[in-house]
Design a protein around this ligand. Sequence first.
Ligand code: MOS
Length: 757
Amino acid sequence: MTPESRVIGLGLDRVDGPAKVTGAATYTMDVTADGLLHAALVRSTFAVGTITSIETAQAEAAPGVVAVFTRHNVPRMKKPSWNLLTPPPPVPLQDGSVHHYGQYIAMVVAETHQQATAAAALIRVDHEAAGASLSLDAPALKSRTNPYFLDAKRGDAESALTAADVVIDATFTTQANAHNPLGLFSTVARWDGEHLIVHDSTQNPYLIRDSLAKVFSISKDKVQVLAPYVGGGFGAGLRLWQHVILTAMAARAVGRPVKTVLTRPQMFTGIGHRPATIQRMRVGARRDGTITAIDHEATSTAAKVANVLYPVTLTTPATYRCDNVRGRDRQVRLDIPSPAHMRGPGEAEGNFALETALDEVACAIGMDPVELRMRNYAKVHPQTGLAWSSKALDECYRQGAERFGWAGRTPQPRSMRDGQWLVGYGMAGVTYSHFQAKCQASLTVRDDGTVLVRSGATDIGQGTYTVITQVAADGLGLDPVNIRFELGDTGLPRAPQAGGSGLATALSNAVHDATVNAIEALLASASADPASPLHGCSARDVAVAGGRIHREDDASRGETYVAILARSGRSELTVEGSSAPSRAEIGALLGSFAVSRMGRAGRRLVEATHAIAPAGAFAAHFVEVRVDPQLGRLRVQRMVSAVDAGQVLNEKLARSQIIGGVVGGIGQALFEEITTDVGSGRISNATLADYLVPVNADVPDLDVVFVGEPDSDNAVGVKGIGEIGLVGVAAAIGNAIHHATGKRLRSLPFTITELMD
Ligand code: MOS
């Protein structure tokens, strides 16, 4: 029962493209409602301390103002359930204590956005500020904690380092980054009696639903969360944030719908950020290139409230065949807004240290960096000894190097020039573990020949609408124009977060399952009917094509879905589909990553997410940089990214995902850094003018090649590629800079002053 012409993989245009370019797509910010009010949030201007008085009379009297909320009139609300991966924020406006700059201390609700904003400026606040701990400096580092017991150990790294021919011992730092999705995070809430309806910029509508039900002490079925379009997330949308709670609270209090749209500066304090890290990486090797020891110690910043799990060393033990590996993750809790997962969370930082150190080993022993990686290639998962579900990292190296022209690299630093430019070639490998969570979908075949597929997932720009349309069309042997896919609604079958590079795998397999179930149900109906040409057929005997089931041995004998429905007197047929990570995966995982590293917290993590797949996606990035040593100018000239993505669902969108990730990686490498005023904790570059991200002039032609085979671990063969494009870019660029200049840069973002001779 296989489809005869494959739709999966084709580079179809986005099915939601026309709605987006014509403005018909309704993002949360676009949602309107009768009697809609607009909220503006007032934030603390200091990091730690107490609000001693708050004067709201002027704001309350301002034109259009309907209500002003402070801790004095906000009802008590319950804490949302705690969750290891997505800890909820403290319930806002419950007391006068302030835990970070930008914490919400008041909310104004008015007839218009402008009136709310103007009135918010009239609120007067007195406070007593206390000393704040704001950066990863030496005193802060003394208070390092080990909150999740993430240590990994195999063999004896310390002894192996002592015995190694070559030891690299280096410290790496990375700065805090902002997610900066283009779409300002927004919430629209309205109450219909005891029912709460919320539109939200989220990557996980079900988390928002379940959390709000808890906060307002109502049952989950009384809360509906809608997110049909989300203007980007990068991880910021994986958690419940305080403005969502406040918007729902206000809507209930004033008895009208309320909309909150965060300002860009509020996006820097209210929806998380990539934490800063400091890492010590030690790698020991023999002269022949055998890596004998890896010791990776990372410290990342965390908030004192709403701390998030952010493992930086998690992937290191799974990356190379090496007998002696140690990983330690620590956190320093600061008086900062809560960090959050951000594209390639922890992996992007950890990979930067590991893949730079590998380059340093290659230089120290005079071996080609690609050869060094192949010399230590992990054919099996090095932590468990189990075979990978699939792994074509070797092909990533081979094909990436060939497309890039790596053979033309002369090994000596500063040996390649083009006029005033020093030219450098660098590369890095990427091993990426993705999450696959449980997922459900429904599929309805209608008597007009169309099919409706539904699941409450989100498409935050990655292309879910399109690829799932393709999966359904492929499974049913239909033209994609006959398929409609509805998502972004907790009224639909439950889907997991668009995060952890796991949604495409979870959802495509659930929908694939639904197509199998639909064909089986239709076939059962036809097979039982002596008048049907499919009479007596089982699934093994048939194929599907053109909206029709036909006999495998005689394509002329078959029936369309429409005819089968008509024969059975039904106008439509609805089936369910589901997917879950394989039990083997969970078992392998329980034995390796999670439980051995994290004890009981690991078990909870596995239960919460259902599994972290021991399967992985893999990639290699090759980059050419040009450095003008007089001015410190740096140009990324070109890049080739070779990615083992398993079964690509849509060649065009997958390529787009990787390109987007690589651009994010260029940002992390060269530009992005949240700067914080050490006195107040104020973020001093919280606008898109001041916080630098790559623009077109910074991004060269990016070449992407997909290698490998469909993954054996799931029916569709998918691997997650939402994050892998970003991971590895910083190391590849840094390694290219070293090749161009002889300078080894270990601090992100790389700066001009470090590049000048
Ligand atoms: Mo991603 S950090 O799982 O949105």
